[in-house]
Design a protein around this ligand. Structure first.
Ligand SMILES: [Cu+2]
Length: 165
């Protein structure tokens, strides 16, 4: 009986290891970056969004900048509703991460914006990016590129991409 169970776990482990969508995370001291992901971009697109969850087990910090070899520039944006219109603005001072808190970057809210992307992201790619925190320092993470976006937040992003042309 025991042997049978071990066999099942081995199969599960193999499936998880080969799935590009498997959750992945990165650690920097007390800060955890959970499952950074992006989405496949249309061939003409020059900007793409990036999302992840920051879990801070320590003191207050701030995500101040980011760089990626796949983007000319990386910014932090906030998207929110102004009446019926979805608006996006750059968070110039970065994203505050209060002590012992969780901050989620997600479609329709805070997000990373990859600007001046020369080679549109393709599904299955991993986009290496360095995140810089004011106190904790920097950490290299990889954004897993999923399928082209189809939700509401992503449509607003596509509109944003049009602006950027
Ligand atoms: Cu944006």
């Amino acid at each position: 009986m025991v042997r049978k169970h071990i066999g099942i776990f081995a199969v599960l482990g193999a499936v998880l290891a080969f799935s590009p969508a498997a959750a992945h995370e990165f650690k920097l001291g007390q800060i955890e970056i959970g499952h950074p992901y992006s989405r496949a971009m249309l061939p003409v697109a020059k900007v793409g969004g990036g999302y992840f969850k920051i879990t801070n087990g320590g003191e207050a910090d701030k995500l101040v900048s980011a760089t990626s070899e796949r983007a000319g520039k990386v910014e932090f944006h906030e998207m929110k509703m102004n009446g019926a219109i979805m608006e996006m603005r750059e968070l110039e001072g970065g994203i505050a991460i209060p002590a012992k808190s969780t901050v989620e970057l997600k479609p329709g809210g805070y997000h990373v914006m990859f600007m001046n992307v020369a080679q549109p992201f393709k599904e299955g790619e991993m986009i290496k990016t360095t995140l810089v925190f004011e106190k904790a320092g920097s950490v290299e993470v990889e954004f897993a590129v999923g399928p082209v976006a189809g939700d509401k937040g992503a449509k607003a992003h596509d509109a944003h991409a049009e602006h950027g042309k």
